[in-house]
Design a protein around this ligand. Structure first.
Ligand code: DLL
Length: 433
């Protein structure tokens, strides 16, 4: 069995808990001393970092939620001054502003090593050619994997997304053995490869897929189509990006790196559920320097599994993500909140405040998002003089906020059904992947 950092991956349970406690105390002191909004929360709860004496005391610490990032936009949750930050990434926030996360040089090094653990764990090494077919840029998926692939000494193909036929051509010509992308893009790549009749000319043997939910059925489809082993990769920007939890070759739950994160799985009242029960994953970072974060509500529903695993690693383990506790939608790997759409629409006087979001999967198995909006009665009194310009205006506003092409369907006032109870704001017609 190969490990990247065996000392931490196979650490004795008791030593691991000791290490976690030491790091939890350090993180609590760090945010208390360096992040004013955390200090305020500590004071409101009547605690100081000295109240943390055992791992169970994590329950005394304040929670962090997505809107805390918005309220402290862009850099106010960072625990180091800007001169110590070497990179930022960003993801969708719940409103117009993205959530921004920062990294010190030490964070980047920790992340690369954590990714290297994951890749080593699924048998990827220096002899592999790994194609990284996700977005490079503000999304954490591109650079996060990139540095891990380089770290283990594999040949990195930083192909990014798009131009599917070229992606496959590179895959064939470079004899790519390992692929990273979202599971929905992997399905599209498989379908295109089948159409181009090049599936049997590929050298793929392993795929790492994540950034959005996918099922074990999709795993089977991908494994059969490409003749690979397909592994689930979980992560989120707030906790660093991809790499936080990853499947091993047992393909039975994800290892979550307990020397870097403290895991809680909580019910809707904020109480710890028993092992094996479903709940929301709440994470505390233990080693992050630029952006340490306490008890972050990920919104992802999972189960805590027994930590013993056939691979010999002793970390905590979680089941694959079973769903979301909030209304966040994931469209082509991009997080979309209905509230972001609402914000954009409310700023356009030509339309009413009624809207409906439609999600579909096109024949290439890619997600499509469209929004149905109603025109106001006296619509052409302002700057926008015709239907086409209203449509164009709303589409470009949505594109700039959501970072994804969204088509707008203009309908007459009164067309969208009104209900006394909750309106059905989202119609998701995608079959589960
Ligand atoms: O999606 C990081 C990432 C990139 C993970 C590439 C894996 C691969 P965010 O854009 O901040 O970060 O979105 C995080 O995506 O809270 C989950 O809801 C969802 N998500 C990520 N991985 C999985 C997965 C990246 N394997 C949000 N299964 C998370 C289900 C996932 N959902």
């Amino acid at each position: 069995m190969k490990y990247w950092q065996p000392k931490y991956e196979t650490m004795d349970h008791e030593d691991l808990r000791k290490l976690q406690l030491e790091r939890l105390k350090r993180t609590a002191a760090d945010v208390y001393n360096n992040v004013p909004s955390y200090q305020k929360k500590f004071k409101e709860l009547g605690i100081t970092p000295d109240n943390i004496r055992s791992l169970d005391d994590v329950g005394k610490l304040p929670f962090t939620i997505k809107s805390d990032l918005r309220d402290n936009y862009p850099f106010d949750l960072f625990a180091v001054p800007n001169k110590g930050i070497v990179r930022i990434h960003a993801s969708s926030g719940t409103s117009g502003k993205p959530t921004v996360v920062g990294y010190t040089a030490g964070d980047i090094e920790m992340w690369a090593n954590m990714m290297a653990r994951n890749l080593t764990m699924v048998g990827i090494g220096p002899e592999d050619v790994m194609q990284n077919s996700v977005n490079y840029g503000l999304f954490t998926g591109g650079l996060g994997f990139h540095y891990g692939i380089e770290k283990i000494g594999a040949m990195t193909v930083p192909s990014g997304t798009g131009n599917t036929a070229r992606q496959l051509e590179m895959m064939r010509d470079f004899k790519t053995t390992a692929l990273h992308c979202t599971p929905s893009y992997a399905l599209y790549l498989a379908e295109t490869a089948r159409e181009l009749d090049i599936l049997d000319k590929l050298s793929l043997r392993v795929g790492c897929f994540g950034g959005e939910p996918w099922s074990s059925g999709t795993r089977k489809d991908l494994e059969n189509a490409f003749n690979i082993k397909a592994y689930d990769s979980y992560g989120l920007s707030e906790m660093i990006g991809p790499g936080v939890a990853f499947e091993c070759e047992e393909q039975d739950g994800l290892h979550i790196w307990s020397d870097h994160y403290l895991v809680e799985v909580l019910d809707s009242e904020g109480e710890q559920v028993s092992k094996g029960e479903k709940g929301e994953l709440v994470l505390t970072s233990l080693t992050k320097e630029a952006f340490p974060i306490l008890r972050y509500h990920t919104g992802d529903i999972t189960r805590l599994l027994e930590s013993e695993c056939g691979c010999g690693r002793t970390t905590d383990r979680i089941s694959r993500v079973l769903g979301r506790g909030d209304d966040m939608l994931i469209v082509r790997g991009i997080n979309v909140f209905p509230s972001q759409i609402e914000d954009v629409l409310s700023g356009v006087p030509e339309i009413t405040d009624q809207f409906q979001i439609m999600l579909d999967r096109n024949r290439n198995r890619l997600d499509e998002i469209s929004v149905k909006v109603e025109l106001e009665d006296n619509v052409f009194t302002g700057e926008l003089k015709d239907l086409a310009s209203v449509k164009r205006h709303v589409e470009s506003q949505l594109k700039s906020v959501l970072n994804i092409r969204t088509s707008v369907d203009l309908v007459e006032r009164g067309t969208i059904p009104r209900t006394a109870g909750k309106s059905q704001r989202v119609i998701d017609r995608r079959e589960a992947i």
